[in-house]
Design a protein around this ligand. Sequence first.
Ligand code: HEC
Ligand code: HEC
Length: 383
Amino acid sequence: MIIKYFHFLFVFAVLIFSLSCCDDDGTGDFVEVCDPEAELLIIDYNPESYNLVIPVGFQPVEQPVDNELTVDGVLLGRHLFYDPILSADSTMSCSSCHKQNGAFTDNLTISTGIDGIAGKRSSMSLMNLIYNPNGFFWDGRSSTLEDQALLPVEDPIELHNNWDDLIEKLKCHEEYPAMFRKAFGITNKTEITKELAAKAIAQFERTLINSGSSKFDSIFLRQEGFFSDAEVNGYDIFFDTSPDLPDGQCGHCHAIPLFTENEYRNNGLDEVSDLEDFVDKGRGEFTGNKFDNGKFRTPSLINWEFNAPYMHDGRFATIDEVLDHYISGIKESPNKDPLMENHDDPSKPDYIDENHRADLLAFLKTLTDTTFIKDKRYSNPFN
Ligand code: HEC
Ligand code: HEC
């Protein structure tokens, strides 16, 4: 009996010791010491699959076999995503530039990191990433979300931290070692690595799927409700489905149901005569192929209402400026997408005349998914 009691006390002491953090306050008073090599076996490891809810009409999803979603993996990723511990001065987290109420963008023209230095591109909406097989970032330079998640932490114009320091902090944190144990079954704090942190973040990101409750999804995917006349006209322009209305060609690139086909395109934003002259070479910077210069991954239009400003450099502040571009502002360049031709030529079926602006806008507004923006599962777990 006594032996059992001591055994219990011992286990309890190990638990407290292993979860406590190095709080060196320099006063010479009692200082707790963190053991970054403490065992974690005392904490249960019972992985449970995360139940991904996919809207009716969406393709089944594929998960990487070496990083399937679990409840605890997603929870850990969500904490890391929102935790300023990721930045060198603990002021910023992923969520500083990817805010849920901004459709996971920062609503800035160009994102700025912890040192106040601006990058060169606008933050990207994080939604339906699980469906993108075609590279991440505007230029696709990162092939997986696991890969991608490693980058912002050390990026000098983002979180400007270094992984070694961060991992040491995580090992000595009160909660994270147990969370890593529950998510990945590690048996010792020494097994906490940046790769596991990135896997957890990637798991959380894969859960960010739109809810299927936009007006468009309700009507198109589930035949619930009706479009207004203006929305029907807008639909027809967007998808080229009426001989009496302009062929906007939008739906070829912003394709159903994600409103992107995740391809790299030049939608005529800049006028250059030589392919080397694009200020931001975009896709070409990654592939090294000059015909990819000036191409960027087509963004989804779901929740555009929340993610202004628009385009890779945030050059358009409003949707009206975007429509100005597609109606009359398309610029010439050698690799401009053929679908961008003739929108401003009244003799062509692709001519979008000003009278159709309101219809197109009415249709675009049916793509708003407020449920996603408010979904508690994606919100800051520290609030
Ligand atoms: C300082 C602002 C900033 C911070 C902090 C930041 N991001 Fe980003 N994020 C961006 C910008 C800007 C882009 C687009 C960059 C580009 O294309 O070159 C981006 C792109 C992405 C993408 C690509 C999305 C797609 O569809 O291709 C993902 C995923 C992402 N960020 C996740 C994260 C994660 C995870 C973190 C934290 C570890 C993070 N970001 C931290 C600004 C930021
Ligand atoms: C050839 C393919 C293509 C076609 C056709 C096309 N787009 Fe785009 N669209 C893109 C690409 C690529 C971008 C991003 C370009 C960039 O940032 O450099 C984009 C960006 C946008 C954006 C900004 C989204 C954001 O979050 O920044 C909106 C809105 C938009 N398009 C609406 C439309 C509408 C409306 C039409 C039809 C009139 C249309 N697009 C036709 C490829 C296309």
